[in-house]
Structure formats: C-alpha cells, structure tokens
Ligand binder design. Structure first.
Ligand code: FDA
Length: 279
C-alpha cells in the first residue's frame, strides 16, 4: 500500500520514478527514507546513499536534488557528527552543481537545524547549495525566516507534519493557513529562490495571486508537492507554466513517513484500502 507514496526500496527505483516525473515536466528532490540513527556507522551508511545519489544525478540530465533529515545524519549522537556528515555531502553537491535540502523535523530539533544550516551556508563555496525547511504551523517561523533571509538561504515553506504543543504551534488550520500565506509573501518578495510546498489549492491560489499582483516572475520560485499526492494538481501547474518539484521518498525505512501521510489525511486510509483490495 505504501507504493502510492514511496517510490520503492532501491536507488534504482527512485531514479526511475524521477525519470518518469521528469518526462512529465516535473523537477524532483530525492529523499532516502530514515530517521534517528544512533551510531556513527549508521549515519555514515545513510550519508553513503546520498553520495551515490549525487553521483547518479550528476550523470543524468534531469532537474533533481536531494532532501535529508539531520537525525538520519547523526544529530542524536552529536551535532558535530551531523555537521561533519552533512558538510561532506554539501561539498559533494557543490562539485556536482546540485543542492541539499535539510528537512525540518519536530521542535526539539528546530533551532539546531537552523543553526547547522546557517553554519554550512556561511562557507562561501556552499552559498545556494544548501537550504532548509520552515513550518508555517510554528509560532516562531516569521523570526526564523527573517534570520535565514539575512543570510540569503533558500527555504522550503510547508505547513508542518509533527504533533506539537499549542504553545509552539498553531492548533487551528485557519491560523496555520494565514501564517502560510503571510510567510509565502515574505519569501516571494525576498529575491531568493524558494519552494512553496503544499497541496492546498487555497495556498496555491494565494501564491499565484500575490506573485501576479506584485509582478513577481513565476520562474523565481517553485511549488513543491509529495510523490503520489495531488498528481492532477502537479500536472496542471506545469501546464500553466509554473515550476513544480516532486519530493520522491524511497528506501526500506518507509514506515514513519507513510504514517505521517495517513495521519494528515485520514481519507487516505480508505483510499489506499480500496486500491489494495481492488488489486
Ligand atoms: P493540508 O494538509 O491543509 O491539505 C490540503 C489538501 O491537500 C487536502 O485537502 C488534500 O486535498 C491534499 N492533501 C494534503 N496532504 C495529503 C495527503 N497526504 N494525501 C492526499 N492528499 C493530501 N513537513 C515537515 O514537517 N517537514 C518537512 O521537511 C516537510 N517537507 C515537505 C516537503 C514537501 C515537498 C511537501 C509537499 C511537504 C512537506 N512536509 C514537511 C509536509 C507538510 O508539512 C504537510 O504535512 C503536508 O504537505 C500536508 O499539508 P498541505 O500543505 O498539503 O495542506
């Protein structure tokens, strides 16, 4: 059932999904699934998959980069372990003229993730080759965006996928949406290339309308969506001339990712069950 949202177990599966998407005019970001490793050897293994991916992508002609999680790179062992591991990957991405997106996890990691990305981006050669994710459900996000923009760091804005307490995150969808629109406007005006990551038609319309009203070039940002989610919308945006990047997760550790996708849309449980029994 997970194959609707996960491209497969192996790098080859992810590359083949990426090729199919590229043939439809979509860009991709590849994510080797995995979170919270507890030994340096596991962190090295996780990183090795990304080195192979960067090598494979350098040989292909498609518009593709990579997304990773710091807990998969050793963050729970030590921030220095994660920094060293990701630093080597960003060096590789610079050589390959690619880009590393650091996903955002739960709030115990927010500040450390932002600090680590700012430190990586401060190396002049890395400028524009590493970026981060900001979650619109967090009350702190406007401040974080201001700091990241002062460094010219590329941001992916999403709503946020983890369970967080109300002191830290807006519990109501309408407040998350209002913040998402306000933060999108800040990003679009910044002159830095950002990703607006949502499947919500209201957020997408607000983004398009703001860009049009402010005469912001649609080529100066991209929409981002998850593999298998609102494929109709992905294609229609491409037909309208917008850039769309699809987040393609793959690997054996698909379970937590898959459960977050089900949790954010309970209708998916029914949808997947129907398709499963139809086969
Ligand atoms: P919302 O949840 O309000 O849904 C709006 C509509 O979109 C729904 O009515 C439905 O039509 C459709 N939809 C949404 N989710 C769906 C699903 N799973 N299946 C089917 N339809 C669905 N989060 C995070 O905390 N850290 C991160 O680093 C990232 N990274 C990331 C990358 C990319 C490219 C995307 C698109 C998303 C993320 N996320 C994330 C996940 C994000 O925070 C959020 O949980 C989901 O994108 C769902 O929120 P929406 O903005 O789509 O809107």
């Amino acid at each position: 059932m997970s194959s609707r949202f996960v491209a497969g177990f192996r790098i080859e599966d992810a590359l083949s999904a990426a090729d199919n998407l590229a043939a439809q005019g979509l860009a991709v970001t590849l994510d080797s699934l995995g979170e919270n490793v507890s030994t340096p050897a596991q962190a090295r293994n996780s990183a090795q998959i990304y080195h192979w991916l960067l090598d494979a992508l350098a040989k292909s002609k498609i518009d593709a980069n990579v997304s990773l999680k710091l807990t998969q790179m050793g963050m729970d062992i030590g921030h220095d372990v994660a920094f060293q591991t990701v630093s080597t990957l960003v060096d590789h991405a610079v050589q390959a003229n690619s880009f590393v997106r650091v996903d955002m996890e739960g709030t115990p990691y927010t500040q450390a993730t932002i600090d680590l990305v700012r430190k990586l981006h401060a190396k002049p050669a890395n400028r524009g080759h590493v970026g981060v994710v900001i979650q619109a459900y967090l009350r702190r996000s406007a401040g974080d965006i201001a700091n990241l923009l002062s460094d010219g760091i590329r941001i992916r804005l999403c709503k946020g996928a983890y369970q967080e307490p109300a002191e830290l995150a807006f519990p109501e969808k309408k407040d998350v949406d209002t913040n998402f629109v306000a933060l999108t406007e800040t990003l679009l005006k910044s002159g830095v290339f950002h990703g607006i990551a949502t499947h919500d038609p209201a957020m997408i319309d607000a983004t398009k309308n703001f860009a049009r009203a402010q005469r912001i070039d649609p080529a100066s940002f991209e929409f981002q969506m998850l593999y298998g989610v609102r494929r109709d919308l992905q294609r229609s945006l491409v037909q309208e001339g917008y850039k769309v990047r699809v987040y393609v997760p793959f690997g054996e550790e698909w379970y937590p990712y898959f459960m977050r996708r089900l949790a954010e849309r309970p209708a998916n449980v029914l949808f997947l069950a129907k398709n499963f029994f139809r086969k």
